[in-house]
Design a protein around this ligand. Structure first.
Ligand SMILES: C[S@@+](CC[C@H](N)C(=O)[O-])C[C@H]1O[C@@H](n2cnc3c(N)ncnc32)[C@H](O)[C@@H]1O
Length: 210
């Protein structure tokens, strides 16, 4: 059961945390209050977190892969549902400082048994999927990273998906252009998909069955 305090704490971190590159500091960008500048956590809205939680609670996917952990907000929502039936979330994040905060948040939620965060680039980590998930098939993927590469990640992951695997991808409305090659690939591979018009748009894709 997720505590309201922890959810609010991570939402506060989402608003507060900004990481600056040395060249941005040199340009003085960190001194201007501009929410589009600097590296942020870009956590999903609470309603999307709840949607992911409810989806997992209902469908009970055993092996879950998240692309883009950030500070673990969506991870905590998903893992809190998965913990109810023994599912496991494998999540990948390239920024070490975000992994550290995510791990702390997951510990605070008492979900460490149900989450494995891997630090690294998604392309590299997915070069050896069995090293990540063992010989299990992946039942559910939440994609929330670099949208322009989803088609490549899909190709890397396809051999390791269970028959009824589901993919949900965030930003399917506001960043749909970047996902064009991924959407074309899903159609080519005979996957059905629909876009749920909530928050930034959630792509919901499943092989054949929709
Ligand atoms: C939108 S944020 C994820 C937010 C998180 N899912 C949540 O809602 O709490 C995207 C994250 O993906 C990470 N990321 C982007 N491209 C990546 C890549 N190629 N490999 C690993 N991580 C990546 C970024 O560092 C960033 O933290």
């Amino acid at each position: 059961m997720l505590s309201q305090d922890l959810i609010e704490k991570i939402e506060q971190q989402t608003r507060d945390l900004v990481w600056w590159k040395p060249e941005q500091i040199a340009r003085g960008e960190h001194l201007v209050n501009n929410p589009t500048k600097g590296e942020r956590s870009w956590s999903v809205p609470r309603s999307t977190g709840k949607f992911l939680h409810d989806f997992v609670e209902k469908e009970k996917p055993k092996v879950i892969l998240e692309l883009g952990t950030s500070i673990g907000y969506s991870t905590v929502w998903i893992a809190s549902a998965a913990s109810e039936y023994g599912g496991h979330v494998y999540s990948i994040e390239k920024e070490l400082h975000k992994c550290a905060i995510a791990n702390e948040n997951i510990r605070e939620a008492e979900l460490e048994r149900y989450v494995t965060i891997t630090h690294g680039s998604i392309t590299e980590v997915l070069q050896d999927v069995p090293a990540l998930v063992g010989d299990q098939k992946i039942d559910f993927i939440f994609m929330d990273a670099d949208r322009g590469h989803y088609h490549k990640y899909f190709e890397q992951l396809e051999p390791f998906l269970s028959e009824s695997a589901v993919i949900i991808a965030d930003n399917a409305v506001n960043m749909q252009v970047r996902m064009r090659l991924f959407l074309e690939m899903l159609a080519k591979k005979n996957w059905a998909y629909q876009i749920i018009e909530m928050d930034n748009g959630l792509l919901f894709a499943q092989k054949n069955t929709l």
